[in-house]
Design a protein around this ligand. Sequence first.
Ligand code: FO1
Length: 312
Amino acid sequence: MLTALAGGVGAAKLLVGLAEVVDPTEITAVINTGDDLVLHGLTICPDIDSVTYALAGLDNKETGWGVTGETWTVAENLRALGGISWFQLGDRDLATHLYRTQRLGEGATLTDVTTELAVARGVRTRLLPMSEDPVRTRVTLARPAEGASAEVAFQDYFVRLSHDVEVASLRFDGAEGSSPAPGVLEAIEQADLIVCCPSNPIVSIGPILSIPGIASALEARREAVVAVSPIIAGSALRGPADRLLAELGHESSALGVGRLYAPWVGTFLVDEADEALAPKIEALGMRCLVVPTVMSDAATRAALAKAVVSAC
Ligand code: FO1
């Protein structure tokens, strides 16, 4: 059994590769829900949806989020009405949010709905939200616009402000007092291998670790945990991980991520570009393997998945 800790797009790619080299029904993905939002009255879970769409082969390669073959009739009409248009929901994607919101309103849990949506899309991997409690990433901006609140919701930072602003701090609202979703701790305790996907360490993996009980469960399984660095030669392939690391006082490098992960990761995979960092990473008490980590096509994705599966 393999358990993966996942954010959105970067994690989704590796999960697709893992599901090619391991029986997908043997994989459980524990997915960040700190990015979730309610918009137009709909509950939207971007990372759960990115993983679901990718594993279903439905991910939109043009936008990098949402569904392939998307149309935008509702979004265009909303814009014409003067509605909120900075966070765009495609027509096909909307069906997911309508279904989820309806089912949650009927009393279904987020775990149930996540399974229902995955099964309906033909996904055989088990997908779990990190928690059924609302835990939301809140970002404090270093230089808020005059008169504006310094603290904003994650998607305000990420999409509305294009994550092109300096961050002073962040917190995971609701984490204290939250619980891991049913099955999460068991998936960590019983896995033969635990994979930390190359997701943003601060805003994708950070919220998962903030749920009481998850970090200690991982520490207890440290020897079985393999992480893939999301930082290559000091930069993130996509998103603000590199900026966020630096702004929050960490080194923006595989070594900086290694320092954050050392308490609960036994084996750290870094890209060939970071080979020179391996001795310093090993000095943190982790095994460091140097492999190509850029998943530019199906072959490199499968090769990384194989390296992960044989890492410990
Ligand atoms: N990202 C954008 O950059 N612009 C959008 O309008 C946008 C809409 C959107 C709708 C549904 C969804 O599931 C994801 C969406 N994303 C959008 C991506 C999302 O903001 C990020 O991928 C994650 O939250 C970061 O992991």
